[in-house]
Ligand binder design. Structure first.
Ligand code: SF4
Ligand code: MSK
Length: 642
């Protein structure tokens, strides 16, 4: 166990790691170790297999070849590889958005009868933004028009993405001048693949600028559409209390774990699992009920809207199975380890894939179908219940640990909350910053990664340092889960960890110092909040003027690269824990960390030490505060840990 405390930060995961070992079940941490040392060429981004004259690699020591067979230099190869990562990340988010838009349209046509319009106000607001005439129209008619327009943004060839108009005017103009305003969501992703094909774009700056454009199409397009249409259809989150960590699994109920990203199916599973008929079936099988919980971003989605407890983040997916208490794990797309199939075989767990895009050999597949969503969900829940009698009680090892959290903060809700019920506006937040009670706002997001151990520490240490320095932190994805497990998402955390200024605000409004704003696609909520802060006034004319910063201390996925690029491209200084794989090109590194500051008003930084990274963010906020001539901070923390 003590060894495990060096691997994973929270005690529940440490216990589950021991259980996995006892069951001779390998985990990602074991496989990570087996992969050492990892390929240096890959880490530096200097291998290329984009054509069959290769694979080629550049000698980083300058003694061997300095170009590929085609003549591509390290700069070209590194930039092209990064662009392909952005393309993949943007594609994942945007395909999620497309599926949501598709379901939304089916709902509007009356063909997806299990879905309804839940947030009428947001429907109308969005419709107006898209130029839909709403006077005298039914909600269904409005939804039909909106759904068609939203879906069309994916295949749009010319013009600008509609929701990019939410950005401050100055930012939009900057994007136009730089030639990075996204024209259509898919178009930019396709162009990434074209440009990086053998013999097309060899200019690293030109390649990277297209990376900005593609990523903006994700943040202000695919992801934003996903978030907003989900809110309209499934309901906009409001603050909700729940529990987190492996201890949410039940000893005597049927445990069904939903894992992946798209809430379209998991919302239906929540509904099905609450049906009396299902609860009766569970009892007949000897269980005391059904315990639903979530992993990764699916967890964040059903947490925010339904208060479903969170079993864990990305690196806890196998550990959930290792508790021996999971009857069924339901997966859809993204961040699902293929290793789950083997893990499930070590126990009685039934792993069920549901998306035609994400199947696993030898694993049961129950395909999701929007037109019969609830029926499919019932079949899945039933499959989980049927497994309960096979649970081997002697193999059950559920860690005791859980933690309380409050989640469900959105751009519309949270900052208005700061203004109170009678004066909903961003003014109090802006004033808090202007008066020096709050230093600024930081978005700490992204994955967990075995290359940062103990896992979760990158997030937790960074966030503690930020709130100690009166920085309000907003979080999504696995980062949010990591900090929730540490207790940072309870209102009481303000008194334990936050600086005095942030504490005062948290106390007045009754919020935690660290706000859970959702899943990875919900990073779009952070972009909207930043734009609203500019509109409110007093913090400059563009997002890049504000004392805000972003971070992904333990990033892992290509989606994180796309997110990082659209956040920086939107004018927000961003620190990643481990560097992007660009070490093989000084020119690319300089473009990302220096030239982008001139071009888009913000740059990237890489810093593995989470407290040092937090200090970089705090320094950046201090500089922005000075440039805006804001008042000095009311309180400074007693001493710094950096
Ligand atoms: Fe080598 Fe150029 Fe082909 Fe890449 S595109 S594999 S660098 S020849
Ligand atoms: S799930 S993308 S591990 S945050 Fe969004 Fe977590 Fe990263 Fe997947």
């Amino acid at each position: 166990m003590s060894d495990n405390s060096k691997k994973m930060r929270d005690p529940a995961s440490q216990q589950a790691l021991a259980a996995a070992k006892a069951a001779e079940m390998a985990t990602a941490l074991d496989r990570y170790e087996a992969q050492q040392p990892q390929c240096g060429f890959g880490q530096m981004g200097i291998c290329c297999r984009n054509c069959n004259m290769g694979p080629c690699r550049i000698d980083p020591f300058g003694e061997g070849p300095q170009t590929g067979v085609c003549g591509a230099t390290a700069d070209t190869i590194v930039a092209r590889n990064l662009l392909r990562m952005i393309a993949a990340g943007a594609a994942a988010h945007s395909d999620h958005g497309r599926d949501v838009a598709h379901t939304f349209l089916l709902m509007a046509k009356g063909e997806a009868k299990d879905y309804t319009i839940t947030d009428e106000l947001k429907l109308r607001q969005m419709a107006v933004e898209y130029g839909v005439e709403i006077e005298g129209k039914t909600s269904q008619e409005i939804a039909l028009a909106l759904g068609e327009l939203a879906l069309a943004e994916f295949g749009q060839q010319e013009g600008e993405l509609k929701l990019a108009a939410r950005a401050p005017e100055k930012r939009q103009q900057l994007w136009r001048n730089l030639g990075v305003m996204p024209r259509g969501i898919d178009r930019e992703i396709v162009e990434c693949m074209h440009r990086t094909h053998i013999g097309v774009d060899a200019d690293y700056r030109n390649i990277l600028r297209h990376g900005i454009r593609t990523a903006l199409g994700d943040g202000w397009g695919g992801s934003m559409i996903a978030t907003d249409l989900q809110d309209v259809m499934l309901g906009s989150p409001v603050p909700i209390r729940a529990k987190v960590n492996l201890g949410v699994l039940s000893k005597d109920k049927v445990n069904i774990v939903v894992h992946g990203h798209e809430p379209i199916l998991s919302e239906m599973i929540v509904e099905a699992a609450r049906e009396p008929e299902m609860l009766k079936l569970a009892e007949e099988k000897g269980a005391k009920g059904i315990q639903l919980s979530g992993l990764c971003c699916t967890a964040n989605e059903v947490l925010m809207r339904q208060g479903i407890p969170v079993a864990g983040q990305f690196l806890q997916q196998e550990l959930a199975i290792a508790t021996g208490a999971v009857e069924a794990m339901i997966v859809d797309v993204q961040c699902l380890m293929p290793a789950l199939a083997d893990a499930a075989r070590c126990f009685h767990t039934e792993l069920i894939t549901t998306s035609p895009k994400g199947r696993m050999p030898g694993v049961r597949h129950i395909e999701f179908d929007e037109e019969h969503a609830l029926d499919v969900a019932r079949e899945i829940v039933r499959a989980g219940i049927e497994r309960f009698p096979q649970r081997r009680q002697e193999s059950v090892n559920i860690p005791e640990h859980t933690m309380d959290l409050v989640a469900g903060f959105t751009a519309e809700y949270v900052f208005k909350l700061l203004g109170g019920r009678f004066r909903p506006s961003y003014r109090p937040l802006n004033n808090g910053i202007i008066e020096g009670r709050l230093r600024g706002v930081a978005g700490v997001v992204g994955c967990v990664n075995p290359n940062i151990q103990p896992v979760d520490s990158g997030h937790v240490e960074m966030v503690k340092e930020l709130i100690r320095n009166d920085v309000l932190v907003v979080q999504t994805g696995c980062s949010a889960i990591a900090c929730a497990k540490e207790g940072l998402m309870t209102p009481e955390a303000a008194f334990q960890y936050a600086g005095k200024g942030l504490q005062e605000i948290c106390e007045t409004v009754g919020i935690p110092p660290v706000l859970h704003v959702g899943s990875c696609v919900d990073n779009s909520r952070i972009l909207i909040a930043c734009s609203e802060m500019i509109r409110e006034g007093g913090l400059g004319e563009d997002i890049s003027d504000m004392p805000v910063a972003g971070a992904a201390p333990e990033w892992m996925s290509e989606k994180a690269v796309s997110i990082g690029m659209y956040v920086v491209g939107s004018g927000i200084f961003t620190v990643f824990g481990t560097p992007l794989p660009v070490g093989g090109s000084q020119a690319v590194y300089d473009y990302l960390t220096k030239e982008m500051v001139d071009e888009v008003g913000a740059g990237w930084a890489f810093e593995k030490d989470p407290v040092a990274a937090a200090r970089l963010m705090i320094e950046h906020m201090n500089e922005k505060r000075a440039a805006l001539k804001l008042r000095p901070m009311m309180y400074e923390p007693e001493k710094t840990t950096a």
